[in-house]
Design a protein around this ligand. Structure first.
Ligand code: UDP
Length: 327
């Protein structure tokens, strides 16, 4: 088996994927690239099967050199900037990394005759949904710079597919949870995601958790999201990777298909941690959709994927990590 290039390999989802890949496949090297702007070098295991490069994959000459030196057959492209709020403040950082960087990678791939990719896309490409659960045929009208950059990259890949590429673009809903081992997990700086913030508040690392709005038209007034475990997401990449060989060209939602409200998540975090989580109700956060959850039928039909972790086990694995973080 030839080698696989994983970009953003030391990031939250990339590092979980690399572990699952090494366990699932007995052969093949991982050419792991990460500029460590947000990734953690220690999230990658120490093994001869990983060749790590601290570099920017959007650097065309560097990308070209990788394809020249290593026998790469396919790419799993995680590397991207991924904060919606930041993307509104620094749009060109997002255009540079998520669009220009991606296109440079695609150019280097194409020149090297590597025409297979699993791409990290996002439910942010849908914008404010017209209906839920959201299926892949739902119109895409991204409302943030981040969502637009993912949309543009999806379109570039679709265009390349008309020239012979095969691809699976995976539209993540709310990636959450951590590996059961407790050795790798979620570590963002700044942290903006609900579950780690709730658990850090339970641990008294933060005084109080903000609830961004409790006057939405939902059962308890708080926003509804679709939380999906990072290992389930990683496994979907493995399944998608196996489909590239048979010429897959598709977009797939990765969500649990179950919506959970902010208050439901917080209650479960209290239960799992056995601690109190002080909250304060704050104004709505700009750009938040009231409810977002996936229809993941296509994932089941096309790549045979169904999530294995429910919300409780997502929070249990996140609690295991938060209580004893390695980085
Ligand atoms: N949220 C919240 N307080 C926080 C962080 C998030 O109430 O401190 C809410 C947020 O408004 C959204 C949900 O929790 O409705 C999930 O937010 P997160 O940032 O984790 O993911 P997003 O859905 O924005 O990708």
């Amino acid at each position: 088996m030839s080698n696989i290039l994983v970009t953003g390999a030391a990031g939250y989802i990339g590092s979980h994927f690399v572990r699952r890949f090494l366990n699932a496949k007995s052969a093949g090297q991982v050419i792991a690239v990460d500029n460590l702007s947000v990734g953690h070098r220690e999230s990658l295991p120490d093994t001869e099967r990983i060749h790590f490069f601290e570099n920017d994959i959007g650097d065309l000459e560097f990308a070209r050199s990788l394809f020249r030196k290593h026998d790469i057959s396919a790419v799993v492209h995680f590397a991207a900037s991924a904060y919606v709020g930041e993307s509104q403040e620094q749009p060109f950082k997002y255009f540079d990394n998520n669009v220009i960087g991606a296109i440079n990678l695609f150019k280097a791939m194409d020149e090297a005759g590597v025409k297979k990719i699993v791409f990290s896309s996002s439910c942010a490409t849908y914008g404010n949904p017209n209906y839920c659960p959201i299926d892949e045929d739902h119109p895409q009208k991204p409302v943030s710079v981040y969502g637009n950059t993912k949309y543009i990259a999806e379109k570039a890949i679709q265009a390349l597919a008309t020239t012979g590429w095969s691809y699976v673009s995976l539209r993540y809903f709310n990636a959450s949870g951590c590996d059961d081992s407790g050795e790798i997990g979620e570590s963002h700086d700044p942290e903006t995601h609900l579950i780690p913030l709730a658990l850090q508040t339970a641990l008294k690392k933060r005084e109080v958790l903000s609830i961004f709005g409790d006057d939405y038209e939902t059962e308890d007034g708080t926003c509804v999201r679709d939380y999906v475990h990072v290992n389930d997401i990683a496994d979907a990449h493995l399944l998608a990777f196996d489909k590239l060989e048979s010429g897959a060209k598709t977009e797939i939602n990765l969500g649990s298909s179950v919506g959970a409200s902010v208050k439901q998540v917080i209650d479960l975090c209290k239960e799992v941690s056995g601690r109190d989580i002080p909250v304060k109700v704050c104004p709505r956060r700009a750009g938040d959709a009231v409810a977002l959850f996936a229809d993941h039928k296509r994932a089941t039909e096309v790549i045979g994927w169904t999530p294995k972790y429910d919300l409780r086990s997502i929070i249990e694995t996140a609690w295991n990590w938060e209580s004893n973080r390695k980085y």
